[in-house]
Design a protein around this ligand. Structure first.
Ligand SMILES: [Ca+2]
Length: 251
């Protein structure tokens, strides 16, 4: 179950006690509902919003304290809050044990020069350098770089860690065998939907990753069984990777 703040069932509902809606600004409510649900305490963003409002937990109308779900579910603890608003994020803070879950606050346009545009999301999977998040805006589990750039050290503003002592999660599904990790080489790395295309880049991926940037793909890289050109690799999703400028790190 992945929650979207823009689910039609609650997209237009008032967030807390202010004039904005869950759809507009309910990312933190949705992320905390995701944490509680994934801890085996099912509650959707709309139910959590109502509960928090009824108990007067929102601050200044519709701001959500980091410990909001711990006040609804006492067996969930707020274990740690790391503030990286004035310093580079220490990505080691993303690591979580079996009874822990982590929410991050990011600058969603991943441009630190125009100020911080806040967005919250739960970390789904963190195995350096691969980072996947459960994104309440899109209602999907995505590679962090799909929408938030390739520099999480700069983009992550805060890390909030929750713990439910003794929580014994259901066995995770077997790891997907089809993650291909590629690191952009000295010339960067191009991603396109067709090897011959001069324009269309694969949706969701930057057109040119800077040298050394990690690129994580959902979809098996078929290796050098090229499509008419030995310098291109193809994923099962149909994306083509300009291999001539990349270094394989794990395929
Ligand atoms: Ca910004």
């Amino acid at each position: 179950m992945i929650y979207s703040q823009r689910d039609p069932r609650w997209v237009s509902h008032e967030l807390g006690g202010c004039s904005s809606t869950i759809g507009e600004e309910g990312c933190y409510v949705a992320a905390q509902a995701q944490v509680a649900t994934d801890f085996g305490e099912p509650i959707d963003p709309d139910q959590l919003n109502t509960e928090l409002r009824d108990r007067g937990i929102f601050v200044a109308g519709c701001l959500l304290p980091d410990n909001a779900i711990t006040r609804i579910f006492p067996d969930i603890q707020l274990e740690a809050v790391y503030d990286f608003s004035a310093r580079p994020a220490d990505l080691r803070s993303l690591s979580a044990g079996a009874d822990e879950q982590v929410v991050i606050e990011v600058d969603f346009d991943h441009n630190p020069r125009d100020g911080i545009q806040t967005h919250f999301m739960k970390v789904a999977w963190w195995t350096p350098p691969g980072l996947e998040i459960v994104d309440p805006w899109f209602g999907s589990r995505d590679n962090f770089a799909m929408h938030y750039g390739t520099d999480p050290v700069t983009t992550i503003q805060k890390v909030i860690r929750y713990r439910k002592p003794g929580f014994n999660p259901a066995p995770p599904p077997p790891p997907a065998p089809d993650y291909g990790g590629i690191q952009a080489g000295p010339k960067g790395c191009n991603v396109r939907v067709q090897p011959s295309s001069q324009a269309a880049h694969a949706p969701g991926y930057p057109g040119l990753l800077p040298a050394g940037a990690p690129l994580w793909l959902t979809g098996n890289v078929t290796g050098e069984a090229f499509a008419g050109n030995p310098l291109w690799w193809r994923t099962y999703h149909g994306f083509f990777i300009w291999a001539g400028a990349t270094t394989r790190t794990r395929l």
